[in-house]
Design a protein around this ligand. Structure first.
Ligand SMILES: Nc1ncnc2c1ncn2[C@@H]1O[C@H](COP(=O)(O)OP(=O)(O)OP(=O)(O)O)[C@@H](O)[C@H]1O
Length: 298
C-alpha cells in the first residue's frame, strides 16, 4: 500500500513545467537479517532533467538504501522487493533500469547515472596516481579512446572541478580532503552522466571547503546539464541548494515539495519538526540562510 507524500499546488505546477529524467515507482527494499529491516517502503520518486533534488531525513530513515536501490547497487542482505525504475534518455529512449543485468547494467551505470559515495574522499586508491585512476574510468568505459585523448579528458576534468591539472601526477596522500573529494567528483563526471547521486558528499569536509565544492557542483550542473539527487541530513544545506526536497521518515517519503514551499509552508508534522530543530533558520539568521541561497545559485 502506497501512502502519497504531502505536497502543495506550487509543486504540481513545478512538475508540469519540468521533464523527468528518472522515474521510480513503488520502490521497496528489505535487508534480510533477523528480524528483516524494511528500509524503503513503496517509494515513488521522479527526478527532473537538470534539477537538484534533496533527500533529507534523520540517520537510518533509508536515504542511502533508496539511492542504491534506484541505481541497482544493492548488495546482500538487501534486495529490491518491489518497484520499477525508468531512465528517460536524452535521445528520447526509455531504459527499464530494473530489467538490466550483466554488461548492459555495467554500461548503464556511470554512463547514465554516476554516484559519489559517503566518504568518497577516502575511496581513492592510495597506490595509484590521480592520472591512473582517471584513465582507468575511460579504459573501462571508452576502450577505443587513445592515450592522448584520455590524458586530455582527464586534465580537462580536473580543471572543471577546480583542481590544478598538474596535480594529475599526485597520489591521494598528497592531496587535501577537499581536493580528494573534487577528484572523486571528476571521476563521477567523466562519462558525462545525466544523473549524479551524491550521498553526503561533503560531510567530512570543513564548512568553507564544503561551500566551495557545492558552489562548484551548482555551476557544473548548469554547464553540463545533469540532475542531482543530493542526500544529507543537513536540511538547511538542502534548502540552499535544492530545487525540490523529499523528506523521508522510516522508509517512506512523507513530504515532497519545492525547497521554497518546504521552507515557507511545510505540510507534514515531521517536516515542521525537522525545520524547527534548526533554530538558525528562523528570525534574522534564517533570512540570511535563504539570502545565501541566491548567492550560491549565481
Ligand atoms: N547491511 C545492513 N543490514 C541490515 N540493516 C541495514 C543494513 N544497512 C542499512 N540497514 C538498515 O536500513 C535502514 C536504512 O539505512 P540507510 O543507511 O539507508 O539510512 P540513511 O537514511 O541513509 O542513514 P544515514 O544518514 O545514517 O546514512 C536502517 O534501519 C539501517 O539500520
Amino acid at each position: 500500500m502506497s501512502t502519497l507524500p504531502l505536497t502543495t499546488a506550487d509543486h504540481e505546477e513545478y512538475l508540469r513545467t519540468h521533464t523527468p529524467v528518472l522515474s521510480a515507482s513503488s520502490i521497496s527494499v528489505t535487508y534480510h537479517v533477523q528480524p528483516p529491516v524494511r528500509a524503503v517502503q513503496n517509494v515513488d520518486l521522479v527526478l527532473n532533467r537538470g534539477e537538484i533534488l534533496g533527500l533529507a531525513g534523520e540517520s537510518g530513515c533509508g536515504k542511502s538504501t533508496l539511492a542504491y536501490g534506484i541505481n541497482r547497487l544493492l548488495k546482500p542482505p538487501a534486495t529490491l522487493t518491489s518497484g520499477d525504475v525508468t531512465f528517460h534518455d536524452r535521445d528520447g529512449t526509455d531504459i527499464a533500469v530494473t530489467q538490466l543485468d550483466g554488461d548492459d547494467l555495467r554500461a548503464f551505470r556511470w554512463n547514465k547515472i554516476s554516484m559519489v559515495f559517503q566518504g568518497a574522499m577516502n575511496a581513492l586508491n592510495p597506490v595509484l596516481s590521480v592520472r591512473a585512476q582517471l584513465h582507468d574510468v575511460f579504459k573501462t568505459h571508452r576502450p577505443n579512446m587513445s592515450k592522448k585523448a584520455k590524458e586530455e579528458a582527464s586534465r580537462k576534468l580536473l580543471e572543471i572541478v577546480g583542481v590544478d591539472p598538474e596535480r594529475i601526477n599526485a597520489f591521494a596522500h598528497e592531496l587535501s580532503g577537499g581536493m580528494r573529494q573534487r577528484v572523486m567528483i571528476a571521476m563521477a563526471l567523466a562519462l558525462n552522466p545525466q544523473v549524479m547521486i551524491m550521498d553526503e558528499p561533503t560531510t567530512a569536509l570543513d564548512v568553507v571547503v564544503q561551500r566551495e565544492i557545492l558552489r562548484e557542483i551548482m555551476k557544473l550542473r548548469e554547464q553540463l546539464d545533469f540532475a542531482v539527487i543530493f542526500i544529507t541530513h543537513d536540511l538547511p544545506l538542502l534548502l540552499e541548494i535544492s530545487d525540490r526536497i523529499a523528506i523521508m521518515r522510516e522508509g517512506r517519503i512523507v513530504e515532497l515539495n519545492t525547497a521554497q514551499s518546504i521552507y515557507e509552508n511545510p505540510q507534514h508534522e515531521y517536516a515542521k519538526k525537522l525545520l524547527g530543530s534548526f533554530p538558525a533558520l528562523f528570525g534574522d539568521e534564517g533570512a540570511f540562510v535563504r539570502g545565501q541561497s541566491e548567492e550560491v545559485r549565481r
